[in-house]
Each structure stands twice: as C-alpha cells, then as structure tokens.
Design a protein around this ligand. Structure first.
Ligand code: EPU
Length: 343
C-alpha cells in the first residue's frame, strides 16, 4: 500500500471544490484494512473514508489521511423464494451496480437509478429517491470495526436506518468502515411507481402495457437528468438541504397561508416539507454568491457555477437558510458532510 502526499482532491469531489490531501492511499482490497490501520499516517479520528465524493464539501485542504475506497466486485450469494442476495463491494459505482442488477433480471434498485456515489456510501445516508430508500433492499452490511480491528456483519435492523440517517452517521460514526453491502433483490418485478412525476412519466412511456423494472429505471433517469445537474458538467453534491420534517401544527399553519405547499404526512404524525419548494418560493433559483449558485432547474441543489470557493458555498448556504427561515419560520439542515464539520 503506497501512501501519497499532497494529493489534489478536486477531481475526487463532485462539487469540484479545490482541496488537497496531506496523505492519500487507495484501498483496492478490503483485506488490506488491518494493515492500513497500522500505518503511521493513520489516525481514526482524522481519517477521511472517501467513496464517490458526491456527498462531501471540502471546505479546506484535508489535514490527514484520505482513503479512497476502490474495492470492486458483484457476486450472487444465494436465491430463495424469489429473493436473490447480491453482495456488492463498497467501491462499486452505485449507478453501474443498479444497471448490472437490472441486466441480471433483478428488481428493487430501479427507483434509485442515477444517484451519484458508491455502493459503500449508500447505507450511510440511506439514499432515497422516488418512493424507495436503500434500507428497503439492504439485507446486511459488512464492515471493518475500528474498535476491534475485525470484520463484522450488521443486519438491516442494526443499521438504525431513517430518512437520510443511519448508525453510520450517528453512534457508529468513525467506528465502522463499510466494505460491502448485501442486497435482497427480487426475481419478480413489482412496480413502486406511486411517486408523482414517476407515475406520470411511466403512464406516458408504457401506454397500455405493464412497465418493467428497466422502464422504471429509464423513467427515473429521464426525470433526474431533467432536473439534477450532471456533476461531470456542473459540480454539485446532490440535494444540498434535507427536506425538513415539522410538527403537524406547524404544517397546518403553513398550509393555511400556502395551500399549494407540497407536504408528505409521516406515519408518526409529523409532516415532511419540500426544501426545494421553500427555496424556490423565496425566488432563489439561479441566485449566485461568487462562483456558487442555486441550480436554476431544482432549487434544492447548489452548483459550482464558476470556480466556487468554500467561502462562496458557505455564504450561499447561510443566505438560503436565513431567507427561508424569515419567510416560513422553517430551519433547513444541510445534507452533505462539511469537512471540517465546524467550518
Ligand atoms: N419543488 C419546487 N421547486 C424546486 C424543487 C422542488 O417547487 O426547485 C417542488 C416540486 O415540484 C415537488 C416538491 O418540491 O412538488 C419535491 O420536489 P422533488 O420531487 O424534485 O423532490 P425533492 O424533495 O426536491 C427528494 C430527494 C432527492 C430525490 C427526489 C426524488 C431529499 C433531500 N431529496 O428531492 O434526492 O432524488 O426527492 O425522490 O430528500 C439527493 O438526496 O441528493 C437527491 C437528489
């Protein structure tokens, strides 16, 4: 394992912020982890486990070791009662993995097509789109436990999944390195196509015939490409804010003033609002500070319009939070990880 120094991270974060890593190593095989943690450069409190770099904001040069997780492999483990268990290594690119499962005739991941990032990052924030969250199809997660320096397996329940949340962002933060994920996929396709835009697009595409998993994937790709910028063309970190969840009374108060406000009632009585809509209502689409801008097709996404600096991103995020809070009384939480956290 070769440790490199002063490595440019600009191409390794999809927002395209300019930053360098003090130390840098590529992990091509998870079996090398016991050796990696013995490196003199390794400090578990300051290491950055980097996947596709699509959910991070590198606000400064990284003063520590960056481990670029690159282990690959997709294997069928077993089949029973129409369920197929597929293990994917953490360094696999998420969308390529989704396409591979579709080509194997399996369904379950089609709604999650075209999400940037890697397989190993998918459980961390429990990626979700178009009515499906990855927790719905995760069977178990294989990790390297830094407390014990052993490989362990966590069940779906052990991972404490919730909306854009998991054990890996909470109590388990800094403890588990995800090395592979086992998914329970289906031989028989049942569509999960209730989500507004998706239902409309599928009805158009498949007039008069049953949609297939591939149809759903194609429709999701079409919708996403229409709204969400391709990071290769315009730097971004996906949704920049989480959709806020408010108490029922708060939602009623807002709905009495804004009857058209999109809102999604949760099973516990709380109500999820659409951060993109709130920002859009403040007429912030296209708003720029320095090189950072609110995407003009989807207000939930901030983009690197022209060599944005960390300060531009910070100032724009603060401005949006302030404006939304003044107009609606709703506080937005950011979604990607800021590095360092206390920037
Ligand atoms: N809306 C606007 N203006 C905007 C953006 C949205 O009015 O600029 C409205 C839409 O018309 C819709 C509502 O807000 O009524 C929700 O918008 P959309 O369906 O586009 O989804 P979202 O809530 O903005 C979430 C996820 C996305 C995911 C989509 C589709 C979060 C934080 N974001 O976005 O995830 O792709 O649903 O399921 O939950 C990501 O996490 O990076 C991401 C892109």
């Amino acid at each position: 394992m070769q440790v490199l120094h002063n490595v440019d991270l600009t191409p390794l974060n999809t927002f395209g912020l300019k930053a360098r890593a003090r130390d840098f190593v590529v992990l091509a095989d998870a079996g090398e982890l016991p050796e990696l943690v013995k490196l003199p450069e390794f400090n578990r409190n300051s290491v950055l486990w980097l996947g596709g770099g699509s959910n991070i904001l590198l606000m400064k040069d990284y003063d520590g070791l960056v481990v670029h997780i690159q282990n690959k492999g997709i294997d069928e483990l077993s089949r029973s009662d129409g369920i197929v268990y597929i293990e994917a290594q953490a360094g696999e690119t998420w969308h390529d993995f989704v396409l591979k499962t579709l080509s194997m005739g399996l369904s379950g991941l089609e709604n999650l097509s075209l999400i940037p990032g890697t397989v190993g990052a998918s459980p961390v924030q429990n990626i979700g789109a178009y009515g499906v969250e990855v927790k719905d199809v995760i069977e178990r997660v294989r990790c390297f436990d830094l407390d014990t320096s052993t490989f362990i397996t966590l069940s779906n329940a052990d991972c404490h999944f919730a909306y854009r949340e998991s054990l890996f962002k909470q109590q388990g933060k800094g403890r588990y390195v995800i090395v592979s994920v086992v998914f329970a996929l289906k031989e028989q396709f049942t569509a999960n196509a209730g989500y507004g835009d998706l239902a409309v697009m599928l009805a158009e595409k498949c007039a008069g015939r049953q949609a297939t998993a591939q149809d759903v994937s194609d429709a999701v790709c079409t919708i996403r490409s229409g709204k969400l910028p391709d990071p290769k063309v315009l730097g971004n970190a996906g949704s920049f804010f989480k959709n806020p969840v408010v108490a029922a009374e708060e939602a009623e108060r807002l709905l009495s003033v804004y009857p058209d406000m999109p809102h999604y009632r949760q099973t516990d009585g709380s109500v999820k609002l659409a951060a993109g809509w709130l920002i859009d209502q403040c007429r912030l689409k296209g708003h720029c500070i320095g090189g950072a801008a609110v995407h003009d097709k989807q207000a939930l996404v901030l983009v690197n319009k022209h060599q944005a600096t960390a300060e531009d991103v910070d100032a724009l995020a603060r401005y949006i939070r302030h404006t939304v809070s003044e107009k609606f009384g709703v506080v937005l939480d950011t979604e990607p990880n800021w590095l360092p956290e206390n920037f």
